[in-house]
Design a protein around this ligand. Structure first.
Ligand SMILES: [Zn+2]
Length: 90
């Protein structure tokens, strides 16, 4: 894909971007994964937005639509933000 390299935080071996396992210590390499805590937090943000819309408009359909719309938008933001993230797991 590209000539980028990633460095393992455990053994400091440089590996080409895209490898699944570190050549130095055989740590697993994951790409584009968002932390569970961030996904969890964003769900609360979507819920808070829906609640805010409901308290402002008093309309259930509008707040449900707001909830799903904000979930989709936030998921897109998370995906973009963490697309280049590389995680080493050992
Ligand atoms: Zn390593």
């Amino acid at each position: 894909m590209s000539n980028q390299t990633v460095q393992c935080p455990f053994c400091f071996t440089q590996s080409p971007h895209g490898v699944r396992i570190c050549k130095g210590c055989h740590a697993k390499v994951a790409y584009g994964e968002s932390p569970l805590s961030v996904a969890f937090l964003f769900q609360f943000v979507a819920l808070a937005l829906a609640w805010l819309v409901f308290s402002l408009t008093g309309s259930t359909p509008t707040s449900v639509i707001t909830f799903f719309a904000s979930v989709i938008i936030l998921l897109c933001i998370i995906k973009k933000k963490y697309a280049d993230r590389v995680v080493f797991i050992r």
